[in-house]
Design a protein around this ligand. Structure first.
Ligand code: BYC
Ligand code: FE
Ligand code: FE
Length: 472
């Protein structure tokens, strides 16, 4: 069960060869995906051999098989976590009923929307990151970027499998549309805000994988609780890969601030030394954290209420962490701006499910930032990275349309205008960062001067291993 049929045209552990219709549909989609990958995937490195992790089984450790592959030959495919016998719907109005193996008719549209929204983010991130290889700080980091990219490509496959398998003709149309929208495109953008923002340098990339991939972790965890069993099993397996994306992000930011702290310990000006000033890092953290908070949707949401009632989308670790799974009687106390101040309001818990999930996310981000500050402390720096308040710079939900400081105080437009360049990445920040990230460092063991080497290499290899072999 756990083994993946790697010889098939589309590697899978869902017995694809037994379902000729589905196999035909996916084989028709495959060349479109390959074309999209060649057009929108990492530019300039498609022939090179990259030390990539590929899934060969979905059992513990089976998905961490390393080999040198060129990215277009990566084993994209369809891997679901093993089925749990007798699984039930574990929350909402259908609690205790058998988990659905087919789409529940009443919720078809809601479910399709969740899957399309999730699916859309995966290719979007590949598009956002497609030029970064040209300024990679090392072979180690180049490999990390490509590992993230191919896995996001595979996550797209995971959602397309669900659309093709369970949603008929309109599912196939949605799957096609996932290859047609483009990140940042004016006429046909990606669905969610953060996935249309440019990622022009490695500071943005590491902040994105720290904060935006972490939104992915929480969205996938809540979908791994779904009463629609194929979605739950798909997301459960995706989560195993997601952890590495966040590792790349958090260690990347950590290595940048480590280098800056070390170089400036004796009072050297960071820009003179060609490293990234810590306030530039702080502004990038503020930007990507607030963009990622928006991805949870509105604090008070009838969609979220429906998703929970219907058993489609649970809370973080719904089955493990909670004892009461109907969420019918409880309330959530929300702070919202009203008449120039913040007032509190109780809303039914089901309507607050986006905010409940965001709470778990915020806690996790706080932990990550404590790690950054331990690094600064151990390098003898007094600087501390902080997370802005969750009201800061929001474009979705009850705080959108207002201005808040990083401490969460309500500001008027002129106060905001006067300060925002201190709080959010500026053009000057980008110009400086882009000016020091002017080429790729591609000799084994070589690192750009603005980042520390990692503590250890990948798959027990040394830091100076040849993680990417160029075939030009
Ligand atoms: N940008 O009730 P509301 C990942 C829309 S990341 C633009 O507030 P709801 C990854 C919303 O669609 C994980 N629009 O929220 C990471 C709705 O539109 P309509 C991605 C937004 O419906 C890195 C309206 O506002 N997964 O995997 O509960 C690399 C009001 O809706 C935004 C998912 O998101 C926004 N930020 O939506 C690669 C899971 N936020 O219907 C990958 C699937 C809200 O009025 N998605 N809107 O036109 C969902 O479950 C939900 O759709 C949301 C919240 C979480 C997005
Ligand atoms: Fe993903
Ligand atoms: Fe990811």
């Amino acid at each position: 069960m756990g083994n993946i049929d790697l010889d098939a045209k589309i590697p899978n552990n869902v017995n694809l060869s037994d379902d000729k219709r589905l196999q035909r549909a996916l084989e028709k989609w495959l060349p479109n995906f390959q074309e999209w990958w060649m057009d929108m995937g990492p530019e300039g490195f498609q022939n090179d051999k990259v030390l990539l992790r590929t899934a060969v089984s979905v059992e513990k450790d089976g998905w961490a098989h390393f080999d040198y592959v060129s990215m277009p030959d990566y084993r994209w495919g369809i891997f679901l976590a093993p089925a749990e016998a007798g699984r039930k719907v574990n929350f909402g109005d259908h609690q205790g009923e058998d988990a659905w193996q087919q789409v529940p008719g009443d919720y078809r549209n809601a479910l399709k929307r969740i899957i399309v929204t999730q699916g859309d983010t995966e290719p979007a991130s590949v598009e956002q990151q497609r030029l970064l290889g040209k300024t990679a700080p090392s072979l180690y980091d180049l490999r990390g970027l490509f590992q993230v990219n191919v896995e996001e490509g595979r996550h797209l496959w995971a959602m397309v499998y669900l659309l093709h398998s369970y949603f008929g003709k309109d599912g196939r149309e949605e799957a096609d549309a996932l290859l047609e929208r483009r990140s940042g495109d004016e006429d046909s953008p990606r669905i969610l805000g953060a996935f249309n923002e440019p990622i022009t340098n490695w500071l943005d990339f590491f902040c994105f994988t720290t904060f935006t991939d972490r939104d992915g972790k929480y969205q996938l965890r809540s979908l791994a609780e779904s009463g629609f069993d194929p979605l739950a099993r798909t997301c459960q397996f995706m989560l195993t890969e997601e952890a590495h994306h966040m590792f790349i992000g958090a260690t990347g930011v950590g290595r940048i601030i480590q280098k800056t702290a070390e170089v400036t310990r004796d009072g050297t000006d960071p820009k003179q030394a060609g490293v990234i000033p810590l306030d530039v890092v702080q502004r990038a953290v503020n930007l990507w954290y607030s963009l990622s908070l928006d991805l949870f949707g509105s604090e008070d949401s009838s969609n979220a209420s429906l998703f929970f009632s219907a058993g489609l989308k649970g809370r973080d670790q719904e089955s493990k962490k909670f004892t009461e799974h109907s969420a019918l009687e409880q309330h959530y106390t929300l702070e919202r701006p009203k008449d120039g101040r913040i007032v509190t309001e109780d809303i039914p818990l089901r309507r607050a499910m986006n905010e409940v999930l965001r709470d778990a996310y915020v806690k996790d981000c706080e932990k990550v930032v404590r790690g950054f500050n331990r690094t600064l402390e151990s390098c003898g720096s007094d600087y501390r990275i902080t997370l802005p308040h969750r009201r800061f710079n929001r474009a979705q939900g009850v705080y959108a349309g207002f201005h808040f400081s990083p401490q969460g105080e309500l500001l008027d437009a002129s106060q905001w205008e006067a300060k925002k360049h201190e709080w959010l990445s500026t053009d000057e920040d980008h110009d400086y960062v882009n000016s020091i990230m002017d080429r790729a460092y591609t000799e084994p063991g070589e690192f750009a001067p603005w980042i520390s080497p990692p503590a250890r290499g990948i798959n027990s290899l040394p830091v100076d291993a040849e993680y990417v072999k160029f075939c030009r």
